[in-house]
Design a protein around this ligand. Structure first.
Ligand code: ATP
Ligand code: MG
Length: 445
């Protein structure tokens, strides 16, 4: 028995009372069977769109996709999508069906869905409708296309990314024929809108199986982000790294906390290494300048994926500074905080830890301890609420002018000098002290 939220039960009941079949279907059935909380509960029904409009005439509804058979019913401010059983017409663009055809049988509706684990329906009277072995695949941990994989990916190439995403998020395997079709048809992803690829990529990167997928399906990754390809097999010729740049990248993704910004950062952090690589006369490899160039390439990648600005800016900033020198000392952390603020400073610690953990040279315990020292130093500084920016300083330019400073270059220089004293904690952030120090300093410049 599945526990339905009140809104889904309401929609099912209403449709049943009026003599129509209705089921919860797709992702919610999959997630409920997995013991995960479904994000949203979708309903499929034998009622036609105009019949649903009549049946739910007294409810707040949103007519988002009536043409495709979908009516959204609001229940206690939560949306429930109800969609008429349908099959899709021909796909000439590898993405959208040219038309949809409404059908009477739930099994036909299930047959149009992408993977067996997503092709199950349930209601309290009938129980589970599972025409393609979805429950068994769910238990075994397998992503398998409904029907012929070539044909299904041919209809809609986004399904390739969805397969990789589900495999990563649930830690599932991809069934061999489905996997083979993914490799064969990856180029058709070129026809899919970039933002849709990005959404799936972000989920894939945050999944528990991200590393496995990045290794096993690197050809797909290099198709959607060609800038990654030069990292593959690129030998770093350095005692600091045990792996080639791509394997290092994959491991760094695995070591990063599971969030989009950090995982994208790790995916892209060394993207410029092959481009700036040099060998010195001792045969040691160097990648000087890979941070700024990496930030530039990362931006280009993220723009290509139509990434939102906030994510793009943050990821490029983290890529640009991932390899800065971080020291577990108060002074260094004051500067870090002054330059980046709390949130970015903390993220840089995560990035540094993931990067170090993926080099394969030092014992993990040693790396964890070094990171702990850095984090402790940073948190100690944060907790002491220091002044680390001009904005927080107890005096500003106007105060200095009021005490006799002429406007101009010297004024700015003096403010920065004062901030330096605060960052080094050679002066307290106290108005009188700073004014006195400023006028003393002026005598010497
Ligand atoms: P999520 O947990 O991300 O919501 P989901 O499987 O519910 O995953 P949705 O995009 O909400 O994904 O789609 C709901 C259902 O519609 C899927 O479970 C699947 O049955 C079907 N579906 C979605 N996208 C496709 C697609 N591209 N091709 C075929 N069926 C699809
Ligand atoms: Mg869903």
């Amino acid at each position: 028995m599945m526990k339905l939220p009140a809104g889904a039960a309401f929609v099912l009941n209403r449709l049943n009372q009026k003599g129509y079949q209705a089921y919860v279907v797709g992702g919610c059935v999959r997630d409920a069977l997995l013991g995960r909380a479904p994000k949203d509960w979708d309903v499929c029904t034998s009622a036609l769109p105009e019949e649903m409009q009549r049946i739910f005439a007294d409810c707040h509804v949103i007519e988002t996709g009536l043409k495709h058979g979908t009516l959204t019913v609001m229940y206690e401010h939560e949306p429930y999508e109800a969609t008429t059983f349908r099959v899709d017409g021909a796909y000439t663009d590898h993405r959208h069906p040219d038309e949809v055809i409404f059908v009477a049988d739930v099994k036909e509706d299930l047959a149009r869905r992408d993977f067996t684990i997503n092709a199950m329906a349930w209601n309290p009277d009938t129980g589970l409708v599972d025409a393609f072995g979805g429950r068994e695949d769910l238990a075994k941990g397998i992503i398998r296309c409904v029907g012929d994989p070539e044909k299904r990916f041919g209809e809609d190439a986004l399904r390739i990314m969805r397969a990789l995403r589900f495999a990563s998020v649930y830690g599932f395997d991809i069934e061999p024929e489905t996997a083979a079709a993914i490799h064969r048809l990856k180029e058709t992803l070129g026809g899919v809108a970039a933002e849709r690829i990005r959404v799936e990529l972000a989920k894939l990167l945050c999944g528990q199986g991200a590393g496995l997928i990045l290794r096993e399906y690197k050809d797909v990754m290099f198709t959607i982000i060609p800038q990654l390809k030069p990292m593959d097999g690129f030998d770093q010729h350095t005692p600091y790294h045990a792996f080639d740049v791509w394997e290092h990248t994959v491991q760094s993704v695995e070591h990063a906390p599971s969030n989009e910004v950090l995982r994208l950062t790790m995916l892209l952090h060394d993207v410029a290494k092959p481009h700036v690589f040099t060998l010195d006369e001792d045969g040691i490899g160097h990648a000087w300048g890979h941070q700024p160039l990496g930030a530039k390439i990362a931006r280009q990648v993220l723009l290509g994926l139509k990434t939102d600005n906030a994510t793009m800016e943050r990821v490029t900033l983290l890529v640009e500074h991932h390899d800065d020198e971080f020291l577990p000392e108060r002074r260094a952390m004051m500067r870090l905080l002054g330059a980046f603020g709390e949130e970015v400073a903390r993220q840089l610690m995560d990035v540094n830890h993931a990067d170090e953990s993926a080099k394969g040279r030092k014992p993990q315990r040693e790396i964890d301890e070094a990171t702990k020292r850095l984090r402790t130093a940073l948190e100690d500084v944060i907790a002491s609420k220091p002044c680390v920016t001009l904005k927080d300083m107890a005096v500003n330019g106007r105060d200095l002018m009021a005490s006799g400073f002429p406007a101009g270059k010297q004024l700015g220089e003096t403010l920065n000098w004062l901030l330096d004293q605060l960052l080094d904690e050679t002066l307290p952030n106290d108005r009188e002290t700073l004014l006195r120090a400023a006028s003393e300093h002026r005598k010497h410049i």
